[in-house]
Design a protein around this ligand. Sequence first.
Ligand code: T46
Length: 131
Amino acid sequence: MDIKFIQFQNHGDDRGSLVALEDHKNIPFTIKRVYYLFNTQAQVRRGFHAHKQLKQLAVVLKGSCRFLLDDGKEKIDILLDNPAQGLFIESFVWREMYDFSEDCVLLVLADSFYDELDYIRDYDKFLEEVK
Ligand code: T46
């Protein structure tokens, strides 16, 4: 599986760091939705689904967490701990997020509005679909 990271330019100076995210410039899609996860717990794993259409970019703004990405053939474990780096998540990729640091803030940019019908939440169904 090809894992695509996007490295953002850090416009930092002695006042601090600044990263800008822009449609079709450093983000490879039109941003339709932004959501973020916080107050997560180290021992709680979440995700457990794939999307039929949705493409997303995940950025850890603070702290760290791990993503397990699975395309039905291969599973890859990824540590996200750099706010200047985004993880691009294609459709038909099963994802699980875990090992959240206490202070983790995970930002996700999505190319579509929320639609529960786009989720595949059953792993066996996911495997059938990607066969
Ligand atoms: C994903 C990973 C990285 C909404 O009402 N609107 C939204 O935009 C989202 C994302 C969620 N919700 C509701 C649906 C559920 O009742 O919020 C609740 C928690 O969502 P979910 O259990 O899907 O959360 P995660 O952390 O398992 O998954 C989320 C995204 O849903 C998913 O698309 O790729 O983060």
